[in-house]
Design a protein around this ligand. Structure first.
Ligand SMILES: [Zn+2]
Length: 292
């Protein structure tokens, strides 16, 4: 299953900037990079909680303000990088700010459907977690939620953004789900999981499946607010349907003030169709034949 990625150029642009600056280690410091370009960066309490940051323009001078209400350094880095996306990506500044002076209010964090916001989000994720530095880090990170937590600590990024980037970059079959209560906000599957035959796309299934740890976890609001963490097992059928009953790992963590839950599904070892055929043939060959 292949789909064209219309936003890949925003990722590539971000990675080329990091490479061009000769940065060879994580974390990336977007505030320092902005200040190097004489872009003023200020923390600002935003009146509207949905607003993550602002890009302000006076002629050829730019300033960035970022929201602090989530008290999350990773989210702040993402917000600043999102604004840098509007600054660096061709056509953005003119598209999001009309005229040569004004301000753009951003809603960073994968919830907007606006083209420019999606592009700036993609830019931000790749700016903070460029593949040439992130791939080697994945090799050292472990698996499941633990891997995502290690990478978030290394990159100074939010668990949410790190989880999405991890799913795009890992070779393992992994899915991450962001949910609130009984509803799936969004989910991402790694390329190797998408290529497995006979499983459904999660988004087609809508709600959080009832027999899962995530569903039970989300019944208690404090679990989300206090960042409670659970490691459990689940079954591939609960989440993806299909005909195979195979145990998988399900890690769950509350994302605090963000008000949402991150679920990581991994250890998804589904046999290749050829292997299954081989097995069936083997069973067949060992079954005594009485018919003569
Ligand atoms: Zn924006």
């Amino acid at each position: 299953m292949t789909t064209t990625d219309h936003y890949a150029f925003a990722s590539t642009a971000a990675e080329q900037i990091i490479k061009g600056m000769g940065i060879v280690s994580l974390p990336i410091d977007p505030k320092a990079i902005a200040r190097d370009r004489e872009i003023e960066v200020v923390a600002k309490p935003m009146e509207n909680e949905g607003v993550s940051g602002m890009l302000v323009r006076f002629g050829n001078n730019f300033a960035i303000a970022y929201a602090t209400h989530l008290q999350n350094e990773g989210f702040e880095n993402f917000s600043v990088s999102h604004e840098l996306g509007h600054y660096f990506l061709p056509g953005h500044a003119d598209a999001v700010i009309s005229g040569d002076s004004g301000a753009h209010l951003s809603r960073a964090g994968f919830s907007s459907t606006n083209k420019f916001e999606i592009e700036a989000d993609r830019f931000a994720a790749s700016f903070l977690m460029p593949r040439h530095l992130f791939y080697p880090a994945i090799q050292q990170a472990g698996c499941g939620l633990g891997a995502i937590e290690n990478l978030a600590m290394l990159c100074k990024t939010s668990l949410h953004a790190t989880a999405i980037r991890y799913t795009q970059c890992t070779r393992e079959p992994v899915a991450i789900i962001i949910s609130r209560g009984g509803t799936i906000d969004h989910c991402f599957m790694s390329p190797s999981l998408k290529n497995i035959e006979g499983i459904d796309w999660l988004k087609k299934r809508g709600g959080v499946p009832r027999n899962t740890t995530t569903y039970t976890f989300n019944q208690v609001e404090d679990n989300v607010l206090h960042g409670v963490r659970m490691q459990a097992t689940s079954n591939v059928q609960e989440w993806f349907g299909g005909r195979r009953s195979i145990e998988i790992s399900e890690d769950v963590v509350g994302l605090g003030r963000y008000g949402k839950t991150l679920t990581v599904l991994y250890d998804i070892n589904i046999p290749e169709p050829e292997d299954e055929e081989d097995e069936e043939a083997l069973i067949e060959s060992w079954t005594p034949r009485f018919k003569r």
